[in-house]
Design a protein around this ligand. Structure first.
Ligand code: NAD
Length: 369
């Protein structure tokens, strides 16, 4: 079976039209207008920054989860415990786009008032691109660190192993730069985010070499080892392939991934991953442990920004390894991609676009021309 649709002819969409369309899809599926717009804006924002894995390709999967009761519309976080500088929040499997916003805003408010804060978010629906949350904190002038696990999602093999024991567990940190673009480091601790495998499966950018391990312990970049022999149409399920994603950075990335399960999973109360009893009724949720720091409790914000700026210049002055290459700092690639896509439009593989349209059609929502 052909599981990757090889094509260079992406569909190009205007971001505003896509936001309107996706908003309508989520409104029709049962979200309030506010939440629907929040989901549409964040998914499209991920595409605009080049993270197609966390963009609108997720629409059919999100709608499916809503219809199956695996994620809930319009939730407000429950405060499990709270003091001046910390809180444990339960997201009750609400959409991560709005639950994440509530959790981050609480962390920001506490750090603004007391200099630092730690927020443990448990049981959130998919919080999407974690860089969104670091950007939100940076806009408020705060340094932030976010550690995330994906409960009930076993996609990644530990270093030295070939069986799935881990999730794609992202790590993210943001550095505010007053009046300038913040520095945002944001990546999955797997060699590729699952969504990138989904993008590759549906004809988009191929996965890096060696990002997968087969059931026999061989390295591969074919997403079939994650998804198995299933059609790219619809909502590909990453849980049924015989192989696994690998962690990034060999034993070091595997160790970081382990830490995400413990801090974002076990410590927040989301739970670290364990065998999944029934794949059909599992609730996939993110746990997120976030630390917020006001620069001013350490030193003047201007001095800090000037030092960060100098260091960026120093790093970027390294001679490129390849002719015509460029040294980038964290967050720069996303900014470049956003600038490009603001001009060229937002590219989607024909397959990803067909799946979104099929989802819209089922709800009676008309796609933009
Ligand atoms: P990635 O491999 O594209 O790495 C992104 C990071 O590397 C960014 O900080 C970027 O600025 C930096 N970068 C990119 N190119 C660079 C270059 N040439 N030089 C220097 N730095 C460079 O990201 P990924 O691992 O595919 O993750 C994609 C997204 O998936 C992230 O936004 C992550 O938060 C998200 N994610 C979310 C979940 C979830 O459950 N919510 C799970 C996994 C991943």
């Amino acid at each position: 079976m052909e599981h990757i649709l090889h094509t260079n002819t992406n569909v190009l969409l205007a971001p505003e039209a896509l936001i309107t369309y996706v908003t309508e899809i989520f409104k029709t599926a049962g979200c309030s207008a506010k939440e629907a717009a929040c989901i549409a804006n964040r998914l499209t924002g991920a595409n605009m920054r080049g993270h197609d894995s966390h963009g609108v390709i997720r629409v059919p999967r999100y709608v499916d989860a809503l219809q199956k009761g695996l994620v809930n519309a319009d939730q407000t976080v429950d405060v499990v415990t709270e003091n001046d500088v910390m809180a444990v929040l339960d997201g009750k499997f609400g959409f991560g786009q709005s639950i994440g916003e509530q959790a981050v805003d609480k962390g920001i408010a506490k750090a603004k008032a007391h200099g630092i804060s730690i927020i443990a978010l448990r049981n959130s629906g998919h919080v999407g691109r974690i860089g969104d949350w670091a950007e939100r904190a940076a806009e408020a002038g705060l340094v932030s660190i976010h550690m995330v696990n994906v409960k009930n999602s076993l996609l990644v093999a530990p270093f030295g192993g070939r069986d799935r024991r881990m999730s794609t567990s992202p790590f993210c940190a943001g550095i505010p730069m007053p009046g300038e673009t913040p520095v945002i480091l944001d990546f999955a601790t797997s060699a590729a985010a699952e969504g990138k495998a989904m993008v590759a499966l549906s004809g988009g950018k191929p996965l890096p070499e060696g990002s997968m391990i087969t059931k026999d312990g061989m390295l591969s970049n074919d997403p079939v080892h994650l998804y198995g022999e299933q059609s790219v149409a619809g909502n590909p399920n990453p849980n049924i392939g015989p192989g696994a994603l690998r962690t990034f950075g060999d034993h070091k990335g595997s160790g970081m991934n382990f830490l995400m399960e413990i801090l974002a999973g076990a410590l927040t109360g989301t739970g670290a991953n364990a065998p999944i009893p029934d794949l059909n009724v599992r609730k996939v949720g993110n746990g997120m442990l976030s630390i917020y720091m006001s620069v001013e409790i350490f030193r003047s914000a201007d001095e800090f920004a000037s030092e960060v700026r100098n260091y960026i210049e120093f790093v970027k002055s390294s001679r490129p390894a390849e002719v015509g290459g460029e040294v980038l700092v964290p967050g720069e690639k996303e900014l470049q991609t956003m600038n490009e896509r603001n001009i060229s439009g937002l590219p989607l593989s024909p397959n990803a676009w067909a799946n979104i349209q099929a989802c819209g059609d089922r709800l009676g929502v008309k796609a933009p021309a």
